[in-house]
Ligand binder design. Structure first.
Ligand SMILES: [Zn+2]
Length: 235
């Protein structure tokens, strides 16, 4: 059993593989927050759910399966959408946060609350045959706003929705996010602290990690306090 409290925001394409992986690792406490019930359209890639779970809140259905896999662990399930009113108190109760949402506004909310609270988190994003992940350790590595500055506009979000999500890519990114969480709660350096992993599965599938540093003028205020050298992950 690995002592640690990991919050997974969103129990869908990214959150399901992340939760299954952390349960197999034996992480003691998993928090799940998601407002949605299981839908028939989820079943092909959100493999923790079955036909009998349809219309059950995802966090409840997932909790049952995770408890079977990791009987010594605890699952704290919250049927809710993470928002500005509940995020600070919820995130403060965990050691590490996994951003498994599909909503850019939620990703920036997680970033801002984690930076303010000094909580480490791993960002994840998938689109079509591509995926990204990056771990943020506030005060030590670049935050999401250092890299992306602002959430995309609504036209860009709409084109992302149309591109859809390919199950295996979400599975890959979710598993990588879980490994970052596992390393953090074990006291090891997350591999993607200060680095953004990009997977491109189109023509010639490849994975690369680009080192990123704090951006001058970012609200996290890390620029000037930390250098890229500090942000380099040790494997
Ligand atoms: Zn920043």
């Amino acid at each position: 059993m690995i002592d640690g409290r990991v919050l997974i925001v969103g129990v869908g394409g990214l959150g399901v593989p992340a939760a299954l992986s952390l349960a197999r690792f034996g992480v003691r406490t998993l928090g799940l927050v998601d407002p949605d019930p299981v839908d028939l359209s989820n079943l092909h890639r959100q493999v923790i759910y079955g036909i009998s779970d349809i219309e059950t809140p995802k966090v409840k259905a997932a909790s049952r399966r995770l408890a079977e896999m990791n009987p010594g662990g605890a699952v704290e399930a919250l049927v809710a959408r993470l928002d500005e009113s509940n995020a600070p108190a919820l995130i403060a109760r965990y050691d590490f946060v996994i951003d498994a949402t599909d909503d850019p506004a939620a990703k920036f909310l997680i970033n801002d609350v984690c930076v303010a609270a000094g909580r480490a988190f791993v960002y994840g994003g998938v689109l079509g045959m591509g995926g990204q992940a990056m771990t943020v350790i506030p005060g030590r590595t670049a935050c999401l706003r250092c890299v992306f500055e602002n959430p995309p506009d609504s036209a860009e979000i709409a084109s992302c929705r149309e591109a859809g999500i390919i199950g295996p890519v979400a599975g890959l990114i979710g598993e990588i996010q879980a490994d970052e969480a596992r390393r953090f709660v074990l006291g090891l350096e997350p591999r993607l602290a200060g680095g953004i992993l990009t997977y491109d599965g189109t023509a010639a599938p490849r994975v690369r990690v680009t080192r990123v540093g704090p951006r001058r003028g970012c609200a996290c205020g890390s620029h000037g306090r930390i250098g890229l050298g500090d942000a380099t992950a040790r494997n």
